[in-house]
Design a binder for this molecule. Structure first.
Ligand SMILES: Cc1cc2nc3c(=O)[nH]c(=O)nc-3n(C[C@H](O)[C@H](O)[C@H](O)COP(=O)(O)OP(=O)(O)OC[C@H]3O[C@@H](n4cnc5c(N)ncnc54)[C@H](O)[C@@H]3O)c2cc1C
Length: 406
């Protein structure tokens, strides 16, 4: 599998996959045949997560090969990502509660040697549960896991190994190339029975044997046969209204600032006149522990690719910075370039959003006008992520119409 962190590689992968995005996907997508054999799914997630390719481009491509009905399942799965992003955007406190849950879990591990030993065995793939130990190695070696493996893994972590769910989510976030604040946190919450209250996901030996096509056959007593209630520090609460995006003012000397959350700004902000650009790498902030080198490298290269396209499109410099040193450097960038306005494509809730919130506050306190426009897809879709996916799904035809300009 070629994980080149470039838009061109993502587009090539998309084109190669499109013929299989119809009925084949609906029939076979749950089968996890192991590394090198994930041909039943697209493996596009690392590119989509960084918006090296965009949800609307994937769907438009799919509709060139299939009818909306024929590719219904694949389109729905792409929209799951949009839904989770919107859901978290409307409830940012769930992300903050997750961060607190990780900190508390780590403190508990510090105080409990048996828990600490169990956690180490899990993270090093020494649990003795074959499939789990395989997945931890696959994740470490490739930065990717099949969706079904992610579900089984999270369930075994939580209910069989009885480890804090948030530490599992943190391990995923720091090791998945596609590690995403919304899809990851909310999927782990769903497995743990927190997202749909009382409905946890239990990994069953026969289900694993069937969908790994016999690669793994856990014994009948090897996995937990019941879920239990798991602590939740998040108030679900009512969703807040979607925060208003702000529009670019013309006639001001303008810089573009973006993170790895939005790596194709030229596709939807291409008409804005900018005189310089700056890209901030927030991947080290995915969690308190070390972020896997595979993830750090992918992010760095993805940002470099976006910088090359930015330079080509606007004929401007594009600098690349690590979030850890960004504060001072961003001030300096604004001063050197005599910027009056900084355009920051809307940065979703998550590590990037946290970094941007601080930087935007700092820039405004220096009298710089900060604007945060949002692309059309998110603007149309996110307000519908108020309840469950079932309700959100009803809006997909309207989204497809908007995409087709109808
Ligand atoms: C515990 C757990 C943690 C997860 N963590 C992440 C994560 O950090 N980042 C992430 O992008 N996805 C996450 N997912 C969702 C899903 O597993 C991955 O998006 C999918 O496996 C990516 O592989 P693919 O590109 O081959 O997917 P395909 O099946 O080919 O789907 C195409 C695209 O649709 C989107 N998609 C598909 N399924 C889902 C889903 N269930 N939820 C959200 N988007 C989906 C992805 O962008 C994906 O690239 C998680 C799921 C679970 C159960």
């Amino acid at each position: 599998m070629d994980w080149s962190a470039e838009r061109a590689a993502g587009l090539t992968r998309l084109q190669a996959y499109l013929p299989r995005a119809g009925r084949d996907y609906a029939r076979l997508r749950n089968h996890d045949l192991g590394p090198q054999h994930h041909e039943h799914v697209s493996q596009l997630s690392p590119w989509v997560r960084h918006r090296l390719i965009r949800e609307e481009e994937i769907i438009a491509g799919v509709l060139e090969h299939h009818s909306a009905e024929g590719a219904e399942k694949f389109i729905q799965e792409v929209c799951w990502r949009t839904y989770w992003k919107g859901w978290l955007e409307l409830r940012p406190w769930v992300w903050q509660a997750y961060r607190r849950e990780v900190a508390l879990g780590l403190a508990e591990v510090d105080d409990d040697t048996r828990l600490s030993e169990r956690l180490n065995r899990a993270c090093q793939g020494r649990t003795g549960i074959d499939c789990f130990d395989h997945w931890i190695a696959e994740l470490r070696d490739t930065g990717y896991l099949h969706n079904h493996a992610r579900m089984w893994f999270a369930s075994i972590w939580t209910f069989t190994l009885k480890l804090p769910w948030a530490l599992g989510a943190d391990h995923f976030l720091r090791h998945l190339l596609d590690g995403d604040a919304a899809s990851n946190t909310l999927s782990w919450r769903w497995v743990a029975g927190l997202q749909t209250r009382g409905k946890a996901y239990l990994a069953r030996p026969d289900n694993i044997a069937r969908y790994t096509e016999g690669r793994f056959r856990p014994g009948s007593s090897e996995l937990a046969d019941a879920a239990f209630e798991v602590r939740d520090m998040a108030e679900m609460g009512d969703p807040r209204p979607l925060q208003a995006a702000t529009e670019v003012a013309s006639g001001k000397r303008t810089g573009l600032l973006f993170t790895e959350d939005e790596l194709t700004p030229e596709l939807w902000l291409g008409d804005v006149a900018i005189s310089t650009a700056l890209a901030i790498d927030c991947s080290a902030d995915r969690g308190p522990g070390t972020v896997a080198p595979l993830v750090r490298d992918f992010t760095r290269q993805a940002i470099a690719d976006a910088c090359r396209r930015t330079t080509a499109h606007w004929d401007v410099d594009c600098e690349q910075l690590d979030a850890a040193v960004a504060g001072r450097e961003v001030e300096d960038w604004v001063r050197r370039n005599q910027l009056e306005q900084v355009v920051i494509p809307w940065t979703p809730i998550g590590p990037g959003g946290d970094v941007v919130e601080v930087l935007a506050g700092m820039l405004e306190s220096h009298g710089v006008h900060v604007v945060t426009p949002r692309n059309r897809w998110d603007e149309l879709a996110w307000p519908h992520a108020t309840h469950g996916f079932f309700r959100f799904r009803k809006h997909i035809p309207t989204l497809l119409d908007a995409l087709a300009g109808r």
